[in-house]
Ligand binder design. Structure first.
Ligand SMILES: CC(C)=CCC/C(C)=C/CC/C(C)=C/CC/C(C)=C/COP(=O)(O)OP(=O)(O)O
Length: 389
């Protein structure tokens, strides 16, 4: 996921430091999305599900959204989370060791996602370290297929990673980083499904290098990035004063993951093609008179520009959908989310500024723009709820 939240301003150069921590391997791409109902999002999936018995990826993913929302609602019904009262006899044994594990997660987050890390410092200490633990697990999972050992990764290795996940959810962590997550999932209404789905995304990436249509791509994006949004909401928390439905907040979180992944895909078209991978809907390429060969050739033509305009428009629609939900989060969680959203969204502007040459020019947001976004994000975070209900 790279970046789960994490992802924010994660200087690429820091990647190596993480490696020591993480089992590595192949290379995959995280998210992109959509089509069917033109520029649809999860919300529209409900009505289309009724009309169409053959369920789309969005409809299937929306079932997961509903399940996650139900868990949070159940938790909201209870008083407050009982945090910080663990003793040395329950669950994971040693309190000091657990604190050390969380600190290590924080270090990893600080190393790989600096801006996001800074934002987490505004959260309550309990939420902050829970976010770090989730971040680190996603990072490690991503590294399985995206790190230096990626070429050695097999479906069996992913099965073992999933078994480890089951164990940590049952309070049997394998190592200290798992122990931090194990503790987090015992305290917050975090469900295992999005974690399993992220592993499924890694499996998909091992066996698939083409996506026939947006529906297939959407599912991939959900697996590798939408899941991060679903994992984050229970920890970030919904503002007590929010009048939005829990489902709509989850839907916005899902949309942010999808938007980020689509952006990531559009930015990395050339890099992916050099690895033989095309994370763009084949039917949409054909509709614009483009084929795989055009991607491998890497010439920016008018056909390509028109295709890209359409793809960027879709990614922005997912960002728009996500923006509606940020102000429903707990006040202290909004700033890091806004900051990362604004920064990632600007990558789309950078692709335009590069005249759609995403074959040989990497779109990036310069330091000045990055820093200029931070006060904007802060200002938006101060604004209250609610555009969602
Ligand atoms: C909007 C609401 C209600 C909640 C927020 C919910 C959250 C935190 C959603 C974020 C989901 C997320 C961060 C998905 C990961 C997306 C992604 C493509 C990360 C890319 O990570 P890297 O591959 O490290 O990125 P770079 O290649 O740009 O370094």
């Amino acid at each position: 996921m790279a970046g789960v939240l994490l992802w924010v301003v994660c200087p690429k150069g820091n990647a190596t430091a993480l490696l020591s921590l993480i089992p590595r391997s192949g290379k995959h791409k995280r998210c992109r999305v959509h089509q069917k109902v033109k520029f649809s999002t999860g919300v529209s999936a409900i009505s289309s599900a009724v009309a169409n018995p053959a369920r789309s990826s969005e409809e299937k993913v929306y079932d997961v959204v509903l399940k996650q929302a139900a868990l949070v609602k159940e938790q909201r019904g209870k008083q407050t989370l009982d945090l910080g009262t663990r003793t040395e006899t329950d669950g994971f044994t040693d309190w000091d060791l657990l604190n050390e594990a969380y600190d290590r997660c924080g270090e990893v987050c600080a190393e790989y996602a600096k801006t996001f890390y800074l934002g987490t410092l505004l959260m309550t200490p309990e939420r902050r370290r829970a976010v770090w633990a989730i971040y680190v697990w996603c990072r490690r999972t991503d590294e399985l297929v995206d790190g230096p050992n990626a070429s050695h990764i097999t479906p069996r290795a992913l099965d073992r990673w999933e078994k480890r996940l089951d164990d940590l959810f049952e309070g049997r962590p394998y190592d200290m980083l798992d122990a931090a997550l194990s503790d987090t999932v015992s305290k917050y209404p975090v469900d295992i499904q999005p974690f399993k789905d992220m592993i499924e995304g890694m499996r998909l990436d091992l066996r698939k290098s083409r996506y026939m249509n947006f529906d297939e791509l959407y599912l991939y994006c959900y697996y590798v990035a939408g899941t991060v949004g679903l994992m984050s909401v229970p920890v970030m928390g919904i503002a007590p004063e929010s009048k939005a439905s829990v489902e709509s907040v989850y839907n916005a979180a899902l949309a942010l993951g999808i938007a980020n992944q689509l952006t990531n895909i559009l930015r990395d078209v050339g890099e992916d093609a050099r690895r033989g991978r095309i994370y763009l809907p084949q039917d949409e390429l054909a509709r614009f008179g483009l084929s795989d060969d055009d991607i491998f050739r890497g010439q920016v033509t008018d056909k390509w520009r028109n295709f890209m305009k359409d793809q960027i428009k879709r990614a922005r629609m997912f960002f728009d959908e996500a923006e509606k939900g940020v102000s429903e989060l707990n006040a202290a969680s909004r700033w890091p989310v806004w900051a990362s959203l604004l920064l990632y969204r600007q990558i789309l502007d950078a692709i335009e500024e590069n005249d759609y040459n995403n074959f040989s020019k990497r779109a990036y947001v310069g330091k000045v723009k990055k820093f200029a976004s931070l006060p904007v994000a802060y200002g938006r975070a101060l604004m209250g709820t609610s555009k969602l209900f």
